[in-house]
Design a protein around this ligand. Structure first.
Ligand code: ATP
Length: 324
């Protein structure tokens, strides 16, 4: 469906921005490109869309070369891009007419699905940022594409609109559409995707199911609790549990570190030693920790830095690519 083999892109004749990107996405799957700012995600997507000609490597999208077979490929791909724009005076309904082909779905239904029915007579310049984003999504889905490319899908959307868009993407995928998503939102990637490819400095540095990436790059869990006078027997027992790497004590505070599987065992051990500590806190790694581990190469510190259980939903924008 999507096969990139050693893709290279050079800007200004000298700057190698993609340094041999290899990536496969299977038909019917949702694949997400993650990575630090400037890693090359948008450039990769531009190559897939035929907007940029690779300077090296081989690329096939739905079996076609996006540059030399653009005519055949274009009707099969729908794109919602980071930098999309429409003429200011164009009305929403006119945009749908303009982009409709013979394969088009019912535009009215799509507008309804994405909460834009009331805006169908509005001109583009009067739409809010979130409304524009949803309009671009409608246009990307309008012609029943086999592959949908979504760059920063829910950027600027309010929480309810995000959930609606996620539901629509899942439904689309259930109907068989393949999705390529570029995002900085870890909760979005975890909620939607079958497979993640992580980019850094012009390479895909790892790819796999989100759970596999977490296992490979952020398997450390941290459990913290207080016990004013912890029985030595309990600490010994915890130390000997499979997967436990460290039991540290500082006054009444106890910190246990080890593989994610220790969580169940340590909690079970604590339950046997009533009363269960009231301040028991567990830091379980998620996709964001895996990504930080991958990009920074230090999963132990990342896991230890998180004070309590957290959902992996903070955006990644503060990160920057590492050289090499
Ligand atoms: P972000 O997460 O910030 O959107 P990205 O992973 O999508 O980043 P790209 O936009 O593909 O990264 O950019 C990759 C690199 O290529 C960056 O260092 C960027 O500065 C550089 N770059 C992008 N477009 C051009 C251009 N037209 N000319 C020169 N360099 C460019």
């Amino acid at each position: 469906m999507l096969a990139l083999n050693n893709i290279e892109v050079v800007y200004d004749g000298v700057i190698l921005v993609l340094k041999g990107v290899s990536l496969n996405a299977e038909e019917g799957h949702i694949t997400t490109l993650l990575g630090a700012n400037g890693a090359g995600k948008t450039t990769t997507v531009e190559c897939i869309q035929g907007l940029r000609k690779p300077d090296g490597g081989r690329l096939r999208v739905l079996g076609f070369d996006p540059v030399t077979q653009a005519e055949q490929l274009r009707p099969l791909v729908g794109s919602q891009l980071q930098s999309s724009a429409l003429p200011d005076r164009l009305r929403v309904a006119e945009a749908l007419d303009l982009f409709s082909t013979s394969r088009a779905r019912d535009g009215g239904e799509l507008l309804e699905q994405f909460g834009l029915t009331q805006r169908r007579r509005s001109v583009f310049s009067s739409l809010s940022g979130g409304e524009r984003q949803r309009l671009f999504l409608v246009l990307a889905l309008l012609n029943r594409p086999r592959l949908v490319i979504l760059d920063e899908l829910t950027q600027g959307l309010d929480p309810a609109a995000r959930r609606n868009v996620w539901a629509a993407i899942r439904q689309l995928n259930d109907e068989g559409t393949t999705v390529l998503l570029v995002t900085h939102e870890m909760d979005e990637a975890e909620a939607l995707c079958d497979r993640v490819a992580v980019m850094r400095a012009g390479h895909v540095i790892d790819a796999g199911a989100p759970a596999d990436l977490v296992e490979r790059h952020a398997s450390t869990a941290v459990i913290r609790f207080s016990m004013p006078d912890p029985p030595a027997q309990l600490l010994d027992q915890v130390r000997r549990l499979d997967g436990v790497r460290e039991v540290a004590r500082s006054g009444a505070r106890i910190t246990v570190r080890g593989h994610r599987r220790i969580v169940a065992h340590v909690c079970a051990a604590l339950v046997r030693w009533e009363p269960v500590p009231a301040d028991l806190a567990i830091s379980q790694p998620g996709l964001e920790d895996a990504l930080l581990g991958l990009l920074n190469g230090d999963q132990e510190e990342q896991a230890a830095a998180v004070p309590q259980h957290h959902s992996s939903c903070r955006p990644l924008h503060p990160l920057h690519s590492q050289p090499g």
